[in-house]
Design a protein around this ligand. Structure first.
Ligand code: MRU
Length: 334
């Protein structure tokens, strides 16, 4: 990749400032964990695996800066990270994993605690990179030369510690020499498809066409979409999953048109502690992201706004999950 989404540089965490894309490629150099929490909330770092990785590094920053390593402090920092965004399970998974590791180590000094925290964050980062590669490999087997693929939001290198999940499949198929055409949903309200997916695919020389969210049905009807591939923020035990708002509509359209609908996600996104999609907490975002999303007011003052950041797609609409452990069938037939 020609950019680094998340990087440890010595005692600092360096994040690509995603709210500035595509106009500017700038990096945030952070040494204060409060700034990492703020970056997660504002979506300068976003995407389920990426926020987990950033939070894991952020726990190390918190101990480093405060010079405190007692369990009361570390657990408070963990809670602060986990309350940054509610839907993506990877955030909870990564922070809990760091906590378990610190507890397992038993009593330590500052230096020992920091070593444990940095090395666990690096392990989470590296494992995510490897999981993306495996997802790419398994998923690319489903793709044929000449296929058209629709994706929603951004489940790419900008959202993970590696080549991405949904986009990992696309990069791998491209590397195998398959000629593919990607259609990127713009993804209102925050335009992750327009600002991020089309940007990162273009960086890598992939044939990408940006469409407004309301065009997907027409393209499916025209027969130019052979597969839909999306990412996920949390996959419940029964196979229902949360992903960026608009994913559910795409899944319904895909079923109607007989287009296979794939969900690409690492093991860290599967949450067996959440029984069904109804149990997933859906983040709501500020009304201004809808009414002033294009940098100017596009709705009357005082209008009521409802802005859930994610929706839940039922298992019955999923053709298959593309995971780092292989392809797991969904419930949809045909
Ligand atoms: O609000 P965002 O930009 O964090 O939403 C991201 C998504 O919905 C992604 O599709 C999901 O996290 C999977 S990323 C591999």
């Amino acid at each position: 990749m020609k950019f680094n989404t998340i990087q440890r540089q010595g005692d600092k965490l360096v994040l690509l400032a995603q709210t500035k894309l595509p106009q500017e490629t700038t990096y945030l150099e952070l040494d204060d964990h409060h700034d990492v929490i703020a970056a997660i909330k504002r979506l300068d770092v976003r995407g389920a695996p990426a926020i987990g990785i950033a939070a894991a590094y952020g726990m190390a920053l918190a101990v480093q800066q405060a010079g405190r390593w007692d369990s009361e402090y570390i657990e408070q920092v963990a809670r602060d990270f986990q309350s940054a965004r509610p839907t993506a399970v990877n955030l909870f998974w990564a922070v809990d994993r760091v906590l378990v590791r610190v507890r397992e180590q038993g009593p330590m000094d500052l230096e020992g605690t920091l070593d444990t925290l940095w090395s666990e964050a690096e392990a989470i980062h590296e494992e995510d990179r490897l999981m993306c590669e495996r997802i790419g490999k398994y998923g690319a087997e489903l793709i044929n030369d000449g296929d058209g693929i629709l994706t929603h939001c951004n489940a790419g290198a900008l959202a993970t510690g590696g080549i991405g999940t949904a986009l990992g499949v696309i990069y791998t198929a491209h590397e195998q020499g398959k000629k593919i055409r990607v259609f990127a949903d713009e993804t209102r309200p925050l335009l992750q498809g327009a600002r991020l997916t089309s940007w990162e695919l273009m960086q890598e020389g992939i044939d990408v066409t940006l469409i407004c969210d309301n065009m997907a049905g027409m393209l499916m009807k025209q027969g130019v979409i052979n597969h839909v591939i999306v990412g996920a923020d949390r996959i419940a035990e029964n196979g229902d999953f949360a992903n960026k708002i608009g994913t559910y509509s795409v899944a319904v359209l895909a079923k109607h048109h007989g287009v296979p609908f794939y969900v690409a996600a690492p093991s860290s996104t599967f949450d067996n502690d959440t029984p069904t999609g109804n149990d997933i907490v859906i983040e709501e975002r500020a009304p201004e992201e809808v009414t002033e999303g294009f940098g100017r007011r596009t709705a009357p003052d005082g209008v009521q706004v409802y802005s859930p950041a994610f929706d839940v797609t039922p298992f019955e609409l999923v053709t298959a999950f593309i995971t780092d452990e292989g392809i797991k069938p969904g419930e949809r037939e045909g």
